[in-house]
Design a protein around this ligand. Structure first.
Ligand code: HEM
Length: 537
């Protein structure tokens, strides 16, 4: 087998039961029937019409007719691989999550990279955020870290997500353009929702055109919680750091490659794994104690803000290696269902209003995309630990649950009584004390949209600044409405006046004369330094 030894893990063994090798076998119908003739449909006479009783023809055609499922509403274009995560040191002082609590512990993982806006067949080297979703198949159940390659997000509250995505996707009257970042509706949304400023800076930066999935970082974006055995909580943000460093394409290359090879990023990942040049990322965590929750000039619950590494350093806690391509893209990559709410004991949520809304959205969409409530039974989604409950039936149910009882509590069954104590691995939600009035309001710092965007600009090297000016000019230059172009340069004058003036000159609008966030902070950790390389080097 081409599979490396490290991959002979519990998930791989589980998947083995589902693998089918058709080569060299007699072909049959789905009922197992061998057919004496396979190339001609059954007809009334040599030149007559096809007969309805040709079950073989009907079965083959019906299956084909039903082969497509809805593409993901976002992140439709994606590519995935299997691998392993190994913990450097025990993190048990911070979390009771078993996959992080033992030095050297190995956990099988499945990672799907994606673009966000384009449809399933769109080009890959486009200006867009990249998804970076990891499923850890732990002994305590699946843990999903559903992140992106940028540390911040466009909006602060999930209630705006449908609006944002509708603005980014092709316009409804003519289904154009595929390119997310170059049209009136996106920029109309941006100027009317100025919380987007920081992430738009990332989207216009070189980070938005990674040269390779192997050469980009990943970010969990939200604050989560680690909970240790004593029940103590710390806030945590997750980062994947590529061991190859962060490298981007320049815009001219990205456009040419999109035309010449729409599969550029997936081909690179597939080929490198086939050649045993396995990509690796180190997992980093930033930790803030509960006591320090209010010690920063931003709110930990605001997903448009990153946690500056200079203030909250990243500790590297393990390494992930992707070492096996999938056997079948539909069965694995397409049917995998990630969800930020798939957690294990020791990991919990913060009250970030973006995260809280995501906790609803993923299962909801998967019920439609994967046709009903049993998609957890698909091989790629099954946890490697057993799962038992009283759920039954539904579209595509595979388990044959025995016995007359499908409810709890029952004296007929001998289930471990629920609840299972925490000592026995029972998940309990962190008992955060909540007090407050029901309001649609946020803390004051949610209104600061520009400080960190300016910090990002301040951290850029000269070529990066030149590139971002060119990117704004190209994308805004596609806007048909001049008031949108003007609104955008006025908005980004709040980030940096010179940048906005240079863009205004390039796109034929009056340069703004004032603006500019007064922040002088810079973050060396945000600079790509000399990593903006051409694909040819
Ligand atoms: C995919 C919703 C924000 C990362 C999806 C999907 C939905 C969704 C409906 C499709 C899932 C599927 O069909 O299986 C939302 C909502 C958000 C939000 C409502 C905000 C309120 C974010 C953020 C991140 C993110 C902040 C990154 C931290 C991803 C990734 C995928 C995804 C990586 C693709 C997963 C895969 O490869 O299958 N999101 N999302 N999303 N989302 Fe989000």
């Amino acid at each position: 087998s081409k599979q490396p030894e490290v991959n002979k893990n519990s998930k791989d063994e589980q998947l083995e039961q589902y693998r089918v090798d058709d080569s060299g076998k007699s072909l049959t119908t789905n009922q197992g029937l061998k057919m004496a003739e396979d190339e001609f449909s059954l007809k009334a006479g040599e030149r007559g019409p096809t007969l309805l009783e040709d079950f073989h023809f009907r079965e083959k055609m019906t299956h084909f007719d039903h082969e497509r499922i809805p593409e993901r509403v976002v992140h439709a274009r994606g590519y995935a691989a299997h691998g392993v995560f190994e913990t450097y040191d025990s993190l048990e002082h911070l979390t009771k999550a078993k996959f992080l609590s033992e030095k050297g512990k190995k956990t099988p993982v499945f990672v799907r990279f994606s673009t966000v806006a384009g449809s399933k067949g769109s080009a890959e080297t486009v200006r867009d955020v990249r998804g970076f979703a990891t499923k850890f198949y732990t002994e305590e159940g699946n843990y999903d870290l559903v992140g992106n390659n940028m540390p911040v997000f466009f909006i602060q509250d999930a209630i705006k997500f449908p609006d944002f995505v509708h603005a980014v996707k092709p316009e409804p009257h003519n289904e154009m353009p595929q390119a997310a970042s170059a049209h009136d509706t996106l920029w109309d949304f941006v100027i009317n929702n100025q919380e987007t400023a920081h992430t738009i800076m990332w989207l216009m930066s070189d980070r938005a055109i990674p040269r390779s999935f192997r050469m980009m970082d990943g970010f969990g974006v939200h604050a989560f919680r680690f909970i240790n055995e004593e029940g103590k909580s710390h806030f945590v943000k997750f980062t994947w750091k590529s061991t190859l460093g962060t490298h981007s394409l320049v815009w001219d290359e990205a456009q040419k490659i999109a035309g010449k090879d729409a599969d550029f990023n997936r081909r690179d990942l597939y080929d490198s794994i086939e050649q045993a040049d396995f990509p690796e990322w180190e997992l980093g965590v930033q930790i803030v104690s509960e006591e320090d929750e209010h010690s920063f000039d931003f709110d930990l619950l605001d997903a448009t803000k990153l946690w500056p590494q200079e203030e909250i350093p990243i500790q590297l806690v393990g390494k992930m290696t992707l070492n096996r391509n999938v056997d079948n893209v539909f069965a694995e990559t397409e049917q995998v269902a990630f969800h930020p709410g798939h957690v294990v004991p020791g990991i919990d949520f913060s009250n970030d209003p973006l995260l809280q809304g995501r906790l609803f959205s993923y299962t909801d969409t998967q019920l439609l995309r994967l046709n009903g409530p049993n998609f957890h039974e698909l091989p790629i989604n099954r946890p490697v630990c057993p799962f038992h409950n009283n759920q039954r039936d539904g579209m595509g149910r595979q388990s044959i649950n025995k016995g007359r009882v499908a409810y709890q509590k029952s004296s007929f069954t001998n289930n471990t009584p629920a609840p299972v104590s925490e000592a026995e691995g029972g998940y309990s939600h962190y008992e955060e004390k909540i007090e407050g009035r029901k309001v649609r309001a946020r803390s004051e710092s949610f209104k600061d949209h520009f400080s960190q965007a300016t910090m990002f600009w301040n951290s850029m090297t000269k070529p990066e600044r030149q590139h971002i000016i060119e990117a704004f000019s190209f994308e805004l230059g596609k806007c048909q409405e001049m008031w949108i172009r003007e609104g955008a340069v006025e908005m980004f004058a709040n980030v940096n006046l010179e940048m906005a003036q240079a863009v205004a000159k390039n796109i034929g609008v009056t340069p703004p004369t004032s603006g500019g966030s007064d922040v002088t902070k810079t973050s060396p950790a945000l600079s790509m330094e000399n990593t903006v390389k051409s694909a040819a080097t």
